[in-house]
Design a protein around this ligand. Sequence first.
Ligand code: AMP
Length: 131
Amino acid sequence: MTIFSKIAAGEIPSYCCASSEEFYAFLDINPMAKGHTLVIPRREVDYIFDLTDEEIARMHVFAAHVARAIKKVIPCVKVGEAVLGLEVPHAHIHLIPMQSERDMLFSNPKLSLPAEEMQSIADAIRKEFGE
Ligand code: AMP
């Protein structure tokens, strides 16, 4: 079981932003910006492009709904999307609130936010998502 499967199953705590039968979204623990969220399929697949075409489509629709919720909560120009997957072998989409192109540089230093702030951001996104 990957660390992200354990998160989706509730075995490892996370700041949950949105959830469905098939997908789960939670705050990145080392955010590049406030509201940096990861979207994962519950099905354990390492490389995102090994998902079926239908799963990729559904995952992006789910991610779009999460991105709209993030945009309502975090003041930003747009929510950027990125896929790397070099660190954790469980497919995930990064959703990152952007003020400028520079906010998408993964070499940037990461933020360290207090647990209460992470919780309140996740709660606000979840509320906007409609859970
Ligand atoms: P990558 O696989 O290169 O897309 O990066 C994995 C991302 O997962 C990084 O941005 C990490 O900060 C994030 N990450 C790793 N472990 C956790 C965790 N337990 N909770 C939330 N985010 C995590």
